[in-house]
Design a protein. Structure first.
Length: 302
């Protein structure tokens, strides 16, 4: 059964979650994402607890308990000029860090070196930090997809399922795997995705039907209008079920540009989420906007 059907919707209904990743990354991200949450332009956001501006985002979220805010489990630190490391202070973290004490820059390095027990302790530490700051998380997901094993095949999903089950959190995992163009993935990959979704459900964890996003990097000669058209086509092509679209909106301030090589793309996402053409498409396509809180209620009722 699809997640949409489990929520009580019809077979043809297309449910949409737009999640703003990287809440807490920097002040610019916080200002943009909080504004989009209040305006209803995004359904939810996920918080990067290891980052310097996480406290600002979390305290704001604690003052808005009606909004859907989850934990963006962070195990990598991808930029050269801005780094962060583990939140955990009660257990060893040596397998999670570089010689400088930061998380590794890329997913492949993390997958190769991280020990399952240390990953689990760090997942819990990030969750507990959110709770202590007043956040009551509605869901969890994975920064850069580091927990899925996409780079080496060595995943950390079992410990993810254990923690999500213990804390009552649905998790960003698609039952049906799509390619970047929105087409169904090859059978061998689709079978793996379905198997892991079934494992999650065996733990009582609610997952997505589909997961989508747009390319992170700006292509040579690419324009905002072309990017907006990509997003509109993504919306039009949504399949029946619960789909989450991942976005990373932030105003291209001096702060963001100081460390981020694709600041313009993040600013485009900020713009397109409020763009009349995008909002009109959502309405014309009769997409049903929901939040992760609805998935969490379903999970807690199971």
């Amino acid at each position: 059964m699809s997640t949409a059907r489990a929520l009580g919707y019809g077979e043809a209904d297309r449910l949409l979650i737009i999640n703003a990743d990287d809440f807490g990354l920097c002040h610019s991200s916080n200002e943009t994402i909080s504004s989009l949450l209040v305006g209803g332009y995004v359904s939810s956001a996920t918080l990067m607890l290891p980052c310097s501006w996480a406290r600002e985002a979390a305290l704001w979220g604690a003052r808005h308990p009606d909004l859907d805010i989850g934990v963006h489990w962070t195990m990598t630190s991808e930029w050269d000029l801005y780094k962060w490391g583990p939140v955990c202070r009660t257990s060893p973290t040596s397998s999670l860090v570089t010689s400088e004490g930061y998380f590794p820059k890329d997913v492949k390095a993390f997958e190769r070196q991280a020990e399952q027990a240390e990953v689990k302790a760090e997942l819990i530490a990030q969750l507990e930090m959110a709770l202590k700051l007043g956040i009551r998380p509605t869901h969890a997901d994975s920064h850069m997809g580091s927990l899925y094993g996409l780079a080496t095949g060595r995943d950390f999903l079992t410990v993810v399922f254990e923690v999500c089950a213990a804390y009552g959190l649905p998790f960003r995992l698609p039952r049906n795997l799509l390619t970047e163009t929105g087409q169904v993935a090859p059978p061998e990959l689709a079978e793996v995705a379905l198997k892991r979704a079934e494992e999650a459900e065996a733990y009582g964890i609610v997952v997505l039907d589909y997961l989508l996003g747009l390319p992170f990097s700006e292509e040579p000669g690419e324009t905002y209008e072309a990017y907006r058209e990509q997003f509109i086509q993504l919306l039009v092509s949504l399949k029946p079920g619960v789909s989450e679209i991942i976005v990373h909106p932030a105003a291209a301030t001096d702060e963001l540009q100081a460390f981020h090589g694709q600041a313009a793309k993040r600013d485009w996402e900020r713009r397109l989420l409020q763009d009349d053409a995008v909002l009109r498409t959502i309405e014309e396509q009769q997409l049903i906007r929901i939040g992760w809180r609805e998935l969490q209620r379903l999970q807690l009722a199971l």
